[in-house]
Design a binder for this molecule. Structure first.
Ligand SMILES: [Cu+2]
Length: 150
């Protein structure tokens, strides 16, 4: 019984994007990237200067949500799902280094007019943060996903 739990914990860590698994263990609380076949609901979001609409979203534990995000603004924006601590870190990194085109599965980058989707599986109850980590945007462009029990 105990072994099964440990094995499944290890597996869930391995299933997550490499960088997170090795450097951070609080990621379990935010859930993990989801797959198309398991999508239970689609939620549409708009992103523009300088906010997300809606910025507060309710989901249920166990749901896999397809977020369809449209940039209706005039600037490039991102949507990134993570803990507030890691979002802060990411914003700092973007300020100090050139970010490049690299994206993680918890993140989408949207040019003006662009629409993209991000599929996320919510595994635990609580609040999950999202934000646009672009320097100068980060302060205002934040949102919360409230994960309620089934
Ligand atoms: Cu932005």
């Amino acid at each position: 019984m105990k072994t099964t739990l440990i094995v499944s914990l290890i597996l869930s860590c391995l299933g997550f994007a490499g960088a997170y698994a090795t450097t951070n263990h609080s990621h379990a609380a935010i859930g993990k990237p989801g797959v198309q076949e398991n999508v239970t609901r689609t939620i549409r979001l708009e992103v523009y200067e300088y906010r997300f609409s809606p910025s507060e979203i309710d989901v249920k534990q166990g749901e896999t949500i397809r977020f369809i995000v449209k940039n209706t603004g005039k600037k490039k924006h991102e949507m990134m799902i993570d803990t507030m601590q890691r979002l802060r870190k990411h914003e700092k990194m973007m300020r100090e280094h050139d970010h490049g085109a690299h994206t993680e599965p918890n993140q989408i980058i949207l040019e003006p007019g662009e629409e993209k989707e991000l599929i996320w599986h919510f595994t635990q109850t609580g609040a999950v943060d999202f934000a646009c980590p672009i320097p100068g945007h980060f302060k205002g462009m934040r949102g919360k996903i409230i994960v309620e029990s089934k």
